[in-house]
Design a protein around this ligand. Structure first.
Ligand code: PA5
Length: 450
């Protein structure tokens, strides 16, 4: 088995200096204590997965029913959708390939009337399960899609619609929980303290994974293996100090201190490109607080070498990079001996050799232009490794937030836009926001046609 590796060789590059880490490193003892305390209190369930056994039992029991459908229409947004999509793209690429006729997952994570209508027109209600995912149970985008999906199912299935819905939400609170309990809808819980962007390895991400036939147990196993040293009996600074999540957090904090305000997540594992989008939400929503944090940029090798890479290499020197690679990707077709002379160096090579060579080229180019870079090298790219990667990044995000002295588990700033939208739609209880809206819309316009 090829191990996963974090390669730090180019990490302290550019304006970075290993001594920069000292200010964070002295906080290791406090952080280890905090980590152990918070895990024991159940506040960081994505690290010790206290819900694992119950989840495994329940999901195993639900899988046959889920897989009796041909289509899953997933309604959710943000952390309730991005993990599922990353897993779908990584481990179920066949859905995007010609002549696919197996199960299909459709993720409705936007307010996009055209797409939703197209799905309602084309999906067979009798062979579709609608999975509504919302930790709070009250997110307007998700609920509005639920109301429409419910009518769509009802039109064809009458009262039978209830057998075509699963709700994944808080075990006790929120509108969706009441709805599921009142109507007897199938449901699975989002465990306490498991916020959206940290919830991919709960029913939130694993119900769609089970539907598509992934080895979701391996994902849980991988995640637990990464977190385990941090909550094992007697765990403390000695375990945290060498842990890759802590080292990443210390590095990230040092980057921010040195004015590196952007963090590229550059995936040279093409099928894992969507982990970049998942990570972007995790990082941005967790750390963008009180003027702190760094902007995550998801990029895909080699595609973005012909797009944003120019800016990475020769734009403002404010970027660092997490480079995701794997030596174990498919090698693909072999080039024939008949290639034109100008490309003779490709004769006998494999198509996959290009990706590896170009990944190395990018790594070197970024390093030569002074970009601090850590390589996340996946030994293999199976489900267990995905679990490891996600746990590593989640724990690193929380620790970075703590080093920034902010709360990485909330997202207060996004509430304002939601309140204003509710006021605009006429919801009760938003008098202040309605007045603000009136003032905003009453500004003297400055507009031009184009
Ligand atoms: O990560 C988060 O907490 C958010 O992005 C939420 O997932 C998102 O706002 C959706 O919330 P909910 O799951 O409550 O519908």
């Amino acid at each position: 088995m090829i191990m996963n590796t974090l390669d730090w060789t180019s990490a302290w590059n550019g304006r970075m200096d290993r001594d920069d880490a000292a200010a964070s490193a002295i906080r290791c003892g406090d952080m280890a204590h905090r980590l152990v305390t918070e895990i024991a209190a159940g506040h960081l369930p994505f690290i010790n997965l206290p819900y694992r056994e119950a989840l495994e039992e329940e999901l195993q029991a639900q899988t046959a029913w889920l897989q009796s459908f041909d289509h899953m229409l997933l309604l959710g947004i943000g952390g309730s959708a991005l993990g599922a999509r990353a897993l779908q793209k990584a481990f179920y690429p066949q859905q995007d390939r010609p002549c696919h006729n197996g199960r299909s997952l459709w993720i409705a994570d936007n307010v996009d009337a055209e797409t939703l209508d197209a799905w309602f027109d084309l999906l067979p209600p009798d062979r579709t399960v609608v999975v509504v995912i919302s930790k709070s149970g009250g997110t307007i985008e998700t609920l509005s899609q639920y109301f429409l999906s419910r009518s769509w199912l009802q039109q064809s299935l009458g009262d039978g619609w209830k057998k075509h819905v699963m709700v994944i939400t808080d075990a006790a609170k929120g509108y969706l929980r009441q709805e599921a309990d009142a109507l007897g809808l199938a449901s699975m819980p989002v465990p306490d303290y498991l916020g959206g962007r940290y919830s991919v390895l709960s029913a939130v991400g694993l119900v769609p994974a089970a539907f598509l036939g992934m080895d979701w147990k391996a994902m849980l196993r991988g995640a637990l293996a990464v977190g385990a040293p941090l909550f094992a009996k007697g765990a403390g600074a000695k375990e945290l100090e060498p842990h890759p999540s802590w080292r990443l957090a210390v590095w990230a904090k040092s980057l921010m201190d040195k004015g590196y305000s952007q963090l590229i997540f550059f995936s040279y594992v093409p099928l894992w490109a969507h982990f970049g989008l998942w990570f972007a939400q995790l990082w941005a929503e967790s750390l963008g607080k009180e003027g702190k944090g760094s902007m995550p940029l998801a990029a895909v090798g080699v595609t973005d070498q012909h797009s944003t890479q120019q800016m990475f290499l020769d734009g403002p020197r404010d970027k660092a990079c997490l480079l995701l690679t794997s030596p174990s990707l498919a090698q693909g077709q072999q080039f024939g001996k008949d290639l034109p002379e100008a490309w003779s160096y490709l004769r006998g090579a494999r198509f996959g050799d290009l990706l590896q060579a170009e990944g190395l080229g990018t790594q070197m180019a970024l390093t030569k232009t002074g970009t601090p870079l850590v390589e996340l090298r996946m030994g293999t790219t199976g489900e267990e490794e995905a679990g490891r990667l996600m746990a590593l990044l989640e724990i690193a995000t929380v620790l970075t937030g703590w080093l920034l002295d902010i709360n990485p588990l909330d997202q207060p700033a996004v509430e304002l836009g939601k309140r204003l939208a509710n006021a605009r739609l006429g919801a009760a209880g938003y008098a202040e926001e309605s007045a603000d809206l009136e003032a905003f819309l009453g500004r003297k316009p400055e507009q031009q046609e184009f």
